[in-house]
Design a protein around this ligand. Structure first.
Ligand code: B12
Length: 213
């Protein structure tokens, strides 16, 4: 049963059919599939396939936009259905997508899962200038700053965030975590970020480790 809903979710994203994507999301949740399983086994493989087709010139921007819109609609349903955690871990986290990058589907999943795990989250949005992360962290009293980037050209902003924090004498005040499709552990090490997460659940694990360390 879940396999066929995963397939429906994937097909809806490939077709860029928002209505079918909403149907698959609702059906999946109603039949008791865990929201993140539905995301990871249905919708994300769908949007990844769209990305591959786009990269190889077999699908064009208007279709990418339709698929992204379907993905955003489904993500809203999925995020709202993520169950809250039992234990509340006290941590304040600023999360955003760096300046120059409007991709925020992954970031919204991260925000939803962080909140569901009891973290306090300040979402600084997408295409967010570094000051919004840093001023946000100062005002919010954050422990951790998380940045997302999907474009190789904007990965440099994650390095700049490290540099700006150092310049302001704030680097030791916060832990930093980086994510996004082109981001790797190697990149995190290279720029001096405290952690890298490959997906939202890994993000929760890494945040808990950062809080202990
Ligand atoms: C959907 C999409 C869009 C949508 C975005 C809609 C939105 N609201 O986000 C739209 C249509 C707007 C778009 C626009 C563009 N896109 Co686009 N897009 C994609 C696509 C297909 C999927 C991205 C996505 O949502 N993935 C699903 C989510 C769930 O995954 P995720 O973002 O990786 O997030 C997960 C993890 O990485 C992690 N994570 C992410 N961030 C963080 C942060 C923290 C703190 C943590 C802990 C974890 C974490 O957790 C998330 C959940 O598991 C990708 C291809 C791909 N496979 O990545 C291309 C892709 C990223 N886009 C690409 C391009 C080129 C563009 C455009 C430049 C196209 C154009 N010519 O205009 C513009 C960019 C405009 C800009 N300035 O930003 C390229 C980038 C190439 C490159 N090397 O940089 C890609 C790779 C497609 C390709 N293969 O060519 N795009």
């Amino acid at each position: 049963m879940s396999e066929s809903i995963y397939k429906e979710a994937m097909a809806a994203i490939l077709k860029g059919d928002a209505e079918k994507a909403l149907d698959a999301a609702n059906k999946g949740i109603d039949t008791g599939i865990a929201p993140l399983d539905l995301m990871n086994n249905g919708f994300i493989p769908g949007i990844n396939q769209v990305g591959d087709l786009f990269e190889t010139g077999r699908l064009f921007l208007p279709q990418l936009v339709l698929s992204a819109t379907a993905m955003e609609k489904a993500t809203e349903i999925i995020n709202a259905a993520i169950p809250g955690g039992q234990e509340s871990v006290s941590a304040k986290i600023v999360v955003g997508t760096v300046e120059g990058d409007v991709h925020d589907i992954g970031k919204t999943i991260v925000v939803a899962l962080f909140k569901a795990n009891g973290f306090d989250v300040l979402d600084v949005g997408r295409d967010a200038p570094l000051e919004r992360f840093i001023d946000g962290a100062e005002k919010f009293g954050a422990d951790i700053i998380g940045s997302s980037t999907l474009l190789t050209t904007t990965m440099a902003m994650q390095k700049q965030l490290e540099d700006e924090l150092k310049k302001a004498g704030l680097r030791d005040k916060y832990k930093t975590i980086v994510g996004g499709a082109p981001v790797t552990q190697r990149w995190a090490d290279r720029i001096g970020a405290d952690a890298y997460a490959q997906d939202a659940s890994d993000g929760v694990r890494k945040i808990k480790e950062l809080l202990q360390g």
